[in-house]
Design a protein around this ligand. Structure first.
Ligand code: FEO
Length: 405
């Protein structure tokens, strides 16, 4: 999409990436894509805010050169050093050596480490302002959203917040860039949650700090570096991020993420019985096959539900390997404060349950109940599994007289 004016003199000149399979080399985006939103302010001084990854540098340059010659650029604002926003910097520097890079003190050191850039770099301080003419930029440090050097840039005349990773999401832009034009807002919100849990969730407290810090600013447009630009309902994406960040410490709403794996269908048969019980209790349940679904899609469910049901067979006296892999992702994201239950089939000796409990021990999950069975479950055992699922779901409901957090 060619440049789009989002406010007078302020342009989105982002690029859609539909060819990268793995974001950060590990999170699948083959189907969804991602956008790297760059912005251009054309005033007496001309500023580019955020760049793009190296594989997209030609597309960014085409966007940029559609509006000005690189030699006319006065400033390049580097809000965040992760290479999805800076990969094209070396080429851009060679085409626009006169443009001063504006960044935080920590980013200055990283510019040298990543790109060997030391000249014409100006460090900005928290709260510092810079006039472009009619427009003025103000810089706000938001460390660890997502790296320690990260800042947000606020354009004070039109009240546009260039928030970089904060309030961003996966998903290449589908022909419109604004929240009020997106007919599939639910898709973008779902991808924003997946992005949050995959990329930002480990830094939930810094996210809350950033939201509090930026709360004193009047914001007319939230312009992140990934995903939709929010102008009709700026509070919506900020509040979603706040709610997601709070889940790092608060109990989510009642609901079950049921992750299962099965070698020959025996654990899967029990899974269906357990799911039946959960549904009978009227509690939402999302079901994922550990061997077939990337953790990227499972983590948002675990993050937003109070219960985790693990269904896995014993494999070589331990836990079914794809399930162990899923649990490692959950541990990496430090998703604690959950109720858990386990079921699974074993052939001649158990081991899956013991390994699962050992693996997630750092998360201090509350194990409500477990159910192991040998070989194929009988009809009686399946009925037991249904009741097991029901009881677990019931345990997630708020207790009478207890005020939820
Ligand atoms: Fe979009 Fe932390 O990079």
């Amino acid at each position: 999409m060619p440049a789009i004016e989002i406010r007078p003199d302020i342009y989105w000149i982002g690029v859609n990436d539909r060819t990268t399979d793995l974001f950060e080399g590990m999170w699948p985006i083959t189907e969804e894509g991602v956008s790297y939103n760059s912005y251009l302010i054309l005033d007496e001084k001309k500023a580019l805010i955020d760049i793009t990854r190296n594989t997209q540098e030609a597309n960014l340059l085409a966007q940029l050169q559609g509006r000005l010659d690189c030699h006319e650029l006065d400033y390049i604002v580097v809000n965040h050093m992760e290479p999805d926003h800076t990969g094209a910097l070396r080429v851009l520097r060679s085409l626009a050596p006169q443009a001063t890079i504006l960044c935080s003190a920590k980013a200055q050191a990283m510019l040298k480490d990543y790109y060997g850039i030391t000249d014409n770099v100006q460090v900005v301080a928290d709260g510092e302002t810079l006039s472009l003419g009619k427009h003025q930029l103000q810089f706000h440090m938001i460390p660890f959203v997502h790296w320690p050097e990260t800042m947000a840039t606020y354009e004070t005349t039109e009240k546009v917040l260039f928030s970089c990773d904060a309030f961003g999401g996966y998903g290449a832009l589908r022909g419109s860039i604004f929240d009020d034009q997106a007919v599939d807002l639910a898709h973008y919100e779902r991808e924003a949650l997946r992005y949050y849990v995959n990329i930002v969730a480990r830094f939930s407290q810094p996210t809350l700090n950033a939201i509090k810090k930026l709360g004193g600013i009047e914001i007319a447009v939230v312009a992140p570096s990934h995903g939709l630009i929010w102008r009709r309902d700026t509070k919506r994406i900020i509040e979603l991020y706040r709610q997601w960040a709070l889940l790092a410490t608060n109990q989510p709403d009642p609901g079950v993420t049921l992750i299962y794996g099965s070698m020959y269908g025996n654990t899967e048969a029990m899974m269906n019985a357990v799911a039946q019980g959960i549904s009978r209790a009227g509690v939402p349940v999302e079901i994922f096959n550990a061997a077939r679904t990337h953790a990227s899609y499972i983590l948002p469910s675990v993050w937003t539900h109070s219960g985790v049901m693990i269904g896995a067979p014993t494999y070589e006296v331990g836990l079914f390997t794809p399930m162990a892999e899923q649990l490692r992702y959950i541990i990496e994201k430090r998703i604690s404060n959950r109720k858990a239950a386990f079921f699974g089939s074993y052939g001649w000796s158990g081991g899956a349950l013991k390994t699962a409990k050992q693996l997630v021990e750092p998360l201090k999950w509350e194990w409500v109940e477990t159910l192991e069975f040998q070989g194929r479950a009988t009809l009686e055992q399946l009925a037991e599994g249904e009741a097991f699922g029901y009881r677990f779901a019931e345990s997630l409901k708020p207790q009478q007289g207890v005020i939820p957090q």
